[in-house]
Every structure is written in structure tokens, then in C-alpha cells.
Design a protein around this ligand. Structure first.
Ligand SMILES: [Zn+2]
Length: 1012
């Protein structure tokens, strides 16, 4: 997911003639090239735009290099743009075939038969499926065995042969194909060869002669394993109410794992309809995207038929191993709308459910573990209100007759938006009023809002390719806040957006190893890696900026146009811009492409402020790319920045707005007197940092103290300053002073979470020094007032945000060694553990950590006991993620072993290891542990975002060149597709930490000593 250099502005992309674009890039050892051809709706001559990195071309030798050079357009530019990272050129369509052969020639360079010298990379092509044969409709029958973990399947796919070909290529992985047959008007054909490629994840059927153009039916019989990797069709372990260990069969297909369940054209643009049928044991619940249309019991012979057809033994594999489970029934589900394969879902297992009808007549059901139906009530309420909300917002009704939300015990992501059957981690769906914290409930509302937003945005209208994944995720991550704001105004959720979403995106996106929102991806391992904070958080942040820029009314109208125009189809990012541009008459495409096609974001610096007479203020603004290492280059890229301003007369209102297009611009604000402050980016909506001259910054301090500056502006000021500190553009001492200006009176949760975020980062940095105790004392002074105001016990009338704030403040105060807080935590824990008086769910996480951080072997054993007794997954999470707080090294080693044990689900293991990495003593242990267990972890997760998360969190808190090199060396020897960028980001962060520490250590030390 990497893409950079010159941006193609959307105006050009939406040129009158269809445009075909290609990108080539080398990523790790892979090379790929693909074309954007679904724009080729009309048979007219077209141009192709191709990007190839210069390095790729220059790294070639001999024939390959000559191939590139013989291509006129390249040769012309090759010499002049040697310094550029990417080449772009337009060539006539007639040269396209040459381009293809070129890419083949290029990719063959790694083939063993070809001799080559030097450091030429091994190249392996990634190609999208050929479009000569495409699917129209699948009839899919699956029969999972929940005892033997084998599933049998049979499908008949109606396909259209668009051009004569003797090959059908589709996706399949980890399946074995038992029978294959193609039937068309000419009769029935058996393939002469059936080839599965694990590397390309394809199934290729070759026929003795070309298949005639037109319709045909491909029938395949296959089997696979219900795996334990949480992808494809997998098994999820649960404990029955009687204490028995059992398994459910569950699917998780996004991004590219439908191919692990049935052979299919597993690309989002190859949509089709589906008739799904399941053969399952009598008593099991079986669900799919659509409602059941028919159901019948099978005779034992029928139950074995598919197994026998697949070449399996007809004993023991039929239904489920014996007794009652041998009796099967078959459920047929009604036909789905035209949809992408990654949204297909089935679940088979034991569940309870509750249901209702939404205001607009859709059947809404929540499925929970057996005996826990009431824990689904909250999500049911939310979901049944969200559907009518979105219907009103998009002006399009939810298109299916039902929607199910189901909690799955083993689930790698948070939730998955399968059309009509949304799957969730238990902790993202279930609410137990006694044991669920306020912050968790809020999270569940957001996740439900997010997944239901996808039912329109993603499911009804789908990205054409994974490059546009951000459209799905960024948009849903934005809209979930709109909907939670509507349902729960008391959460004040938009202020939390800034700390939870916006700031995280800025923090990642200033790294050299970030990537643009829109990034070319090909191979599945690359797709996994873009499910990251850039796609989700930066995506949501720039959409929020756009929403402010064009206004809610135009935004809604544009969304309705977009969804209506493209329903049941696929889109490119530009299609959304086009609709919003029509609705708003603003240059949405031109503005937004600078944010989605370029990596990073700018700092807007107020270079000069000048009072012109009694009531005119002139500001001179300059934009530069903001880099984490503080470097500024004169020729850094430019963004079209929607700018807003507020003044102290009316702090909540936008006093002026404009779009900064060039490097620099002047703005004149009327009605501003000499002693008033002017703030850029009120509400912290624009995706950029602001840098003020010190006299302007000083003007804010009284407004921070008396809180006349709104919360989001207070936190925006702090966070921008902190970023400048990390980049070495401002001394750290400045930010320590500013936080003290907040300290005494600040009462807002969101501002505190931003302060806490800064304190956390400083704490990590200073853990590499010997004066950490001085910093802890500083932290205790900062937090003292607010902790005293809140106290330990919840007041009956207190706000949701005060509840969240208490947990944050007490946790940090105790972490900084406040003896009173630690003693109280221990006292409360004692009566909690004995069952005398339970600690409210909101306070448990900080209390567990404090108790462990001051605890010993006995404390650890008590925690484990509580863990084993806990029934609610959320509670297990809370305990296991606190374990790393313990300080004793021997016990920390036990925590790491525990993380890998059967007692912790794979989906949770990484978070337990991360909890160990969070402390000074645990950091080194966790890193060693990760290296020693790398093979096991790789095998366990087979790539995916959990392992990327683990690598990042275990390593990024180091702060020396030596560690940076250690990391590089280890991952050079242990490459793992899907974590390459994460490793680069970690290495970069470590070097930044080291530089920061070197730069400011002494000044911080003397400041902290002076105020101690
Ligand atoms: Zn999503």
C-alpha cells in the first residue's frame, strides 16, 4: 500500500475519454502491474497511464532494461527524471500489448531458468483474474462437519464466456477439487487439467478446445478444512452452558479469503448473485446473508451424498460424528442481491437470539452465546434505531429483508459487515449491565454504527479494487460518529473523534514510512496491511474535513446521488468526488485528491501577524509538509487546504474560511482588536498542524486557563505543539509549561485524554533516562486537582464523560506512584476479589493495573483466578491486558507464557504480549519473546493485522540506534509479508525517539528539577 509522487488530479482522471491507468511498483520482492480497465465501457481509443518506479527500471540489466528502453515514451523520460521516484507516461492504447509483454518479460527475470547477475530482485507477478470468463450467479452448497473440521462443498456457477478461451481461471486456496465440469450449449466438457496454485491462490481449468462465447455452467465439487486461523471458513471454539468444549463454523472473507471456502472470482468488482444452502446437524443454528426459504430433514443417504461425491468415506464424515449429530437438515436461503464475494457469510453453531423490527420494518436479530440473549439487548436497540437513521440520511432503504448481528467467540477483527449477517467479536457486541464499562458501551455503539453504515457504503456500492478500500473504511469510520451523535448526544462523541481517530492518523502519517490513503495493492498480503490507521483514521479525518468544507446538506445530497447512481456496482474514489462536486459546486475532486493521493499532510505556519489599525488583523500563512523528523524542504508538495479561523469575540464560530492553494497566502480578518486572539482550524477539523509565532501562542494561555477557548481548540493547540516538539521544532520544555497552564482547572475528558496521550509518550521517552521519578512527580502534580474533584465513587447525576475521565485520571495518577491512589486501589480490589463489594466496571481496568504494578505472586494468582472465573469476554480482556503491569521479571515471563497458552484465544494473545511491552522492564522481555517465538506466531496468524499490531507495539518504544539496527537485522533474516511497512515504521520511530532523547534530555531534566 504505497503510492506517491506527483498526484493525478481528479479533473484529469475524469477526462472525457476513458482512461486506463496502471501502476507498477516493487514492494519487497514482488512486482505487479494492473490496469484499471472497467472504465473501458466504450470501445474508443484510449490512453494508458503507467507508473513504474525508476528504481525498478534502473535495477534491471540486459534484456529487461532494453525492453523498457525500447519503449519510446519511457526512453525519452528515463534520462531526465532519473532523480524522480516514479515515472508516469501516457502511451497510446496500441502499445498496451507491448506493455503487457514487457511486464511479463520483467517478471520472468526472477525465473530460475533465466540467468541474471547482481542484486536483481526476484520478481513475481501479481495479476488480477482474466476477464474472459466472469461469474453471474453461484449456487453454493456447504456441509461443514464440526467434529472432524472437514467441510464438503458443491457449487454451480453460471458464467459468461466473453471471449473464446480454453481456460477458466478463478481463485481457490487450501481447497481440494474433487470434480469439475463445464456445461454449455455445445454439451458437457471435462477439463484436461485442473491446476491449483497456492502461490497465486488460483484454480486454473484447461480445456482441450476453446469454450464458446456465451453462457455456461461450471460445476465444482470440493472439500476443505474448517481451519483455526480465523480466516475463510473456520472453527470457533466455545464452551456450552454444561461446560463442554464445542465448535461453531464461521466465515471471515474480507479481504481475500472467500477463496478458502469455495472456488470463486474473489475480486470485489466481480459481483454476482448467490443461492446458498447449508447441510447442518438438526439442532444447530445456521445463518447466511439472506433469510431461509426452505428447510427439510435429510435422509442418511442424502446426508452422505455430498461426502461420497467428494470422494470421502461415507462413515463418520456425514453430519457430525454420531448420535443426534448424524441427522442433518438442509436449509436454503433466498437469493442475494448482486454482491461481492468478500461479503458472503455463513455461521453454524449454537446460539440464542433476540429480535425486533426496526422502525422501517426490517427484521433485526442479535445472536449471542447460549443463555446470554439479554446481553444482546443494547446492540439490538442500537441497530434497530440505526437502520431508520441511515435510511433517512442516505434516502435509500436498507435493501435486505433482515439483518443479523452475531457474536463470535474467535474473531480476529472487531467486526465484519457481511451483507445481512454482521459478525462481531464478543466484546464488540455484548453488554452485561453489571460488568460492561461505559467506554465499552460507547465502543459497541460505534462498531454497530460502523458495520451498518457499510451495508450501504461498501455492500450496496463497493470499491472497484482494494486500492479504494479507504473509501469503505474511512467513510464508515466517519459516519459511525454521525450516527452515535444522533443516538447518544450525551456521549459528546465528536470531541472523542479528535483524540481517538484524528490524532492517531496525524501521528502515523508524518512518518516517512506512511503511505497515501489511496495506495496500489495487489497480492493479498499487501491488502491485509492496509487495514491500518491510515485507511480508517486518516480516511475518516479527511472526510470530516470535507464534510465541514461543503456543509452537511450538500454532503447528504451528494451521498444520495453517489449511492443511487452506483448501487449494486463498483466505484473509484473519483466517483464519490464527482457526486459531491455536483451537489456542492465546489472543486471537491481537486481539493481531495491532494489529501488522498499524497502521503502526509502540511503544517500551516503563521509566518507573520500584523495588526492593521484598530480592528484589522493580517496573517501570512505558509504550508510545508510536516515531517516527523522536523525536516522541511522548500519544494515539499502542496495541498489544497480548506482553512478556517475563529477569534476571541466568538470562539465557537468560524469567522472566516478560505482554501489555501499555493505555498503561501495572506488573510485579513476584520473586527479583531489588538488584544484578541485569532485561532486557525477551530474545532480541529482540518487535517494539518498549525504553527504559531510565540506571541500568538502566548495570547491563548489566559483563554486556556479560563476555558473560554473551546475544548477541541485547547486540545488542538496542545497536540500541535507536542507534534512540533517531537519533530524538534520546539523545545520539550514548552509543552511541559503549556500542560501546567491546563492543569489546575481543566475539566474536559477529551482535553485530558490528549494531555494523557502526551504524558504517555513523554513517559516512554523518559523511561530511557535515570530521572523518570522527577517526571512522575510532575505528572502527580498535574493530575492532583482533577482527581480530587472526581473522587473514587460515581455520583448519581454525573455525566458520561466524567465517568470516563475518572478512570483515565486515577489510572495515570496511580501509575505515577501516587501512594494514596495505589492504597485505595488495593483496598477496593481486596473486597472485589473476595466478592464482598464489586468494583464498578468503569474502574476495573485502572485498578487491576495498579494492583498488579504493586503486586507479587499472590496478586498474580488472584488475577488468574478471576480470569478463569470470568464469563464475560470483556472482563477476561480487562484482566489479561492488565497482567503486563506486574514488575517482577519472573512473573512477566509467566505472563508471556500464559499469553501463548490454551487459556488465551489467539485473537487476544497479541494484546497480552503487548501489555508486557508497555513497561520499562517488560519491553526487552517482550521483544526477546517475540523473536524467540516468531515462527510460532507467524504460523498461528499467517500474516494479517494482528501480527502487524504486535510488531509495532512491541518495538516502537525503543530509543536507540542500536535497537533500530537490531530490528532491521532481525526482520531482514525473518521476512514476513504483510508486516514490512510496520517494521519500517517502527525502525523510523525508534530513530526519532533516539534523536528526541538526545536533543532534549538535559533541558527536560533541568526543568523537571527546577519545578520539583
Ligand atoms: Zn469497516
Amino acid at each position: 500500500m504505497l503510492f506517491r509522487a506527483a498526484c493525478l488530479c481528479s479533473a484529469r482522471i475524469r477526462a472525457p475519454e476513458p482512461v486506463l491507468r496502471g501502476h507498477g511498483r516493487s514492494y519487497g520482492s514482488r512486482y505487479f502491474l494492473w490496469e484499471r480497465e472497467s472504465r473501458l465501457a466504450r470501445p474508443v481509443p484510449v490512453d494508458i497511464r503507467v507508473s513504474v518506479t525508476v528504481q525498478q527500471i534502473l535495477s534491471q540489466s540486459g534484456n529487461q532494461r532494453r525492453h523498457f528502453s525500447s519503449w519510446p515514451s519511457v526512453r525519452e523520460k528515463l534520462l531526465s527524471v532519473r532523480q524522480a521516484s516514479v515515472l508516469r507516461y501516457r502511451i497510446p492504447f496500441t502499445l498496451f500489448s507491448e506493455l503487457c509483454s514487457l511486464s511479463t518479460a520483467y517478471t520472468q527475470s526472477g525465473a530460475p531458468s533465466e540467468k541474471h547477475t547482481g542484486n536483481m530482485p526476484t520478481c513475481e507477478p501479481f495479476e488480477r483474474l482474466p476477464k474472459s470468463v466472469v461469474p453471474r450467479h453461484y449456487e453454493l452448497l456447504l456441509q461443514p462437519n464440526l467434529k472432524t473440521f472437514v467441510f464438503h462443498g458443491k457449487e454451480t456457477v453460471q458464467v459468461e464466456v466473453k471471449e473464446p478461451t480454453d481456460k477458466i481461471v478463478l481463485n481457490a486456496l487450501d481447497l481440494s477439487i474433487k470434480q469439475a465440469e463445464y456445461v454449455c450449449a455445445d454439451g458437457s466438457l471435462k477439463p484436461v487439467s485442473v491446476v491449483l496454485s497456492a502461490e497465486n491462490e488460483t484454480l486454473t481449468l484447461c480445456f482441450s478446445s476453446a469454450l464458446p462465447v456465451g453462457e455456461g455452467k461450471l460445476t465444482l465439487v470440493f472439500t476443505g478444512e474448517l481451519n483455526d486461523k480465523m480466516k475463510g471458513f473456520y472453527r470457533s471454539k466455545y464452551t456450552s452452558p454444561s461446560g463442554e468444549e464445542r465448535y461453531a463454523g464461521v466465515t471471515q472473507f474480507e479481504a481475500t479469503d472467500a477463496r478458502r471456502c469455495f472456488p470463486c472470482w474473489d475480486e470485489p468488482a466481480l459481483k454476482a448473485t448467490f443461492d446458498i444452502a447449508l447441510r447442518v446437524p438438526l439442532k444447530k443454528v445456521a445463518l447466511s446473508n439472506m433469510p431461509v426459504v426452505s428447510e427439510r430433514e435429510l435422509t442418511p443417504e442424502e446426508g452422505r451424498a455430498l461426502v461420497v461425491e467428494g470422494g470421502g468415506k461415507d462413515e463418520g464424515e456425514g453430519g457430525g460424528g454420531g448420535g443426534e449429530e448424524m441427522q442433518l437438515r438442509e436449509l436454503r436461503f433466498s437469493r442475494t442481491p448482486v454482491m461481492s464475494t468478500y461479503l458472503v457469510a455463513v455461521v453454524v453453531g449454537e446460539f440464542d437470539s433476540i429480535e425486533t423490527k426496526s422502525g422501517d420494518g426490517v427484521l433485526v436479530r442479535v445472536y449471542t452465546p447460549v443463555g446470554k440473549a439479554e446481553q444482546g439487548q443494547f446492540a439490538l436497540d442500537v441497530a434497530s434505531k440505526v437502520l431508520p437513521y441511515y435510511k433517512d440520511y442516505f434516502q435509500i432503504a436498507y435493501p435486505l429483508p433482515k439483518i443479523d448481528l452475531i457474536a463470535i467467540a474467535d474473531f480476529s477483527a472487531g467486526a465484519m459487515e457481511n451483507w445481512g449477517l454482521v459478525t462481531y467479536r464478543e466484546t464488540c457486541l455484548l453488554v452485561d449491565p453489571e460488568n460492561t464499562s461505559a467506554v465499552r458501551k460507547q465502543w459497541i455503539a460505534l462498531v454497530v454504527g460502523h458495520e451498518l453504515a457499510h451495508q450501504w457504503f461498501g455492500n450496496l456500492v463497493t470499491m472497484e479494487w482494494w486500492t479504494h478500500l479507504w473509501l469503505n473504511e474511512g467513510y464508515a469510520s466517519f459516519v459511525e460518529f454521525l450516527c452515535v451523535e444522533h443516538l447518544f448526544p450525551e456521549y459528546d462523541i465528536w470531541t472523542q473523534f479528535v483524540t481517538e481517530t484524528y490524532i492517531r492518523a496525524l501521528e502515523l502519517d508524518c512518518l516517512k514510512n506512511s503511505h497515501p490513503i489511496e495506495v496500489p495493492v495487489g497480492h493479498p498480503s499487501e491488502i491485509d496491511e492496509i487495514f491500518d490507521d491510515i485507511s480508517y483514521n486518516k480516511g475518516a479525518s479527511v472526510i470530516r474535513m470535507l464534510h465541514r468544507y461543503i456543509g452537511d446538506e450538500d454532503f447528504r445530497r451528494g451521498m444520495n446521488t453517489y449511492l443511487t447512481r452506483h448501487q449494486y456496482g463498483n466505484t473509484f474514489t473519483e466517483d464519490l468526488w464527482a457526486a459531491l462536486e455536483e451537489a456542492s459546486c465546489k472543486p471537491v475532486g481537486a481539493v481531495m485528491s491532494t489529501w488522498t493521493k499524497q502521503m502526509g499532510f502540511p503544517t500551516v505556519r503563521v509566518a507573520e501577524q500584523c495588526q492593521e489599525g484598530p480592528s484589522r488583523r493580517r496573517l501570512t500563512l505558509v504550508q510545508h509538509k510536516f515531517c516527523a523528523d522536523g525536516s522541511t524542504k522548500g519544494d515539499s508538495p502542496l495541498w489544497m487546504v480548506p482553512l478556517t479561523f475563529s477569534t476571541s469575540k466568538c470562539p465557537d464560530k468560524v469567522a472566516h474560511q478560505m482554501v489555501l492553494e499555493g505555498r503561501t497566502a495572506d488573510v485579513v480578518l476584520e473586527n479583531v482588536s489588538n488584544d484578541e486572539w485569532v485561532k486557525v482550524n477551530p474545532g480541529t477539523v482540518g487535517f494539518y498542524r498549525t504553527q504559531y509565532p510565540s506571541e500568538m501562542l502566548a495570547q491563548f494561555v489566559p483563554a486556556i486557563r479560563d476555558r473560554s477557548l473551546p475544548p477541541l481548540d485547547r486540545l488542538g493547540l496542545l497536540d500541535d505543539l507536542f507534534a512540533l516538539v517531537q519533530a524538534g521544532q520546539t523545545p520539550t520544555v514548552e509543552v511541559l509549561r503549556l500542560m501546567e497552564a491546563f492543569g489546575a482547572e481543566e475539566d474536559n475528558f477529551t482535553v485530558w485524554s490528549s494531555i494523557s496521550n502526551c504524558l504517555g509518550k513523554l513517559g516512554v521517552l523518559l523511561s530511557h533516562t535515570d530521572f523518570q521519578p522527577l517526571f512522575y512527580a510532575y505528572g502527580r502534580r498535574l493530575l492532583g486537582n482533577v482527581a480530587a474533584r472526581l473522587g473514587w465513587d460515581q455520583r448519581p447525576d454525573e455525566s458520561h464523560l466524567d465517568t470516563l475521565l475518572r478512570s483515565l485520571v486515577l489510572g495515570r495518577l496511580g501509575w505515577y506512584g501516587d501512594e494514596g491512589t495505589i492504597a485505595e486501589a488495593n483496598r477496593r480490589f481486596k473486597s472485589h476479589a473476595s466478592g464482598e463489594k464489586l468494583i464498578p466496571a468503569d474502574l476495573r481496568a485502572p485498578v487491576y493495573k495498579l494492583v498488579l504494578s504493586s503486586g507479587d505472586q499472590t496478586t498474580y494468582d488472584t488475577m488468574l483466578k478471576l480470569y478463569r472465573e470470568a464469563d464475560l469476554h470483556e472482563e477476561k480482556d480487562r484482566i489479561s491486558r492488565a497482567l503486563g503491569a506486574i514488575k517482577d521479571e519472573a512473573l512477566l515471563k509467566r505472563v508471556l507464557e500464559f499469553a501463548m497458552s490454551d487459556e488465551v484465544r489467539s485473537q487476544d494473545t497479541v494484546f497480552v504480549i503487548i501489555s508486557v511491552a508497555m513497561t520499562k522492564v517488560g519491553r526487552e522481555l517482550a521483544w526477546s519473546f517475540l523473536r524467540e517465538n516468531w515462527q510460532v506466531l507467524l504460523e498461528r496468524y499467517q500474516g494479517g493485522f494482528l501480527i502487524a499490531r504486535l510488531v509495532k507495539s512491541t518495538t516502537e518504544n525503543f530509543a536507540s540506534e542500536e535497537k533500530a539496527q537490531e530490528l532491521e537485522a532481525f526482520f531482514r533474516e525473518h521476512p514476513s509479508p504483510g508486516t514490512e511497512r510496520t517494521v519500517q515504521q517502527s525502525v523510523e520511530t525508534i530513530r526519532l525517539n533516539a534523536a528526541w532523547l538526545q536533543r532534549d534530555k538535559d533541558a527536560i531534566h533541568s526543568y523537571l528539577s527546577s519545578v520539583a
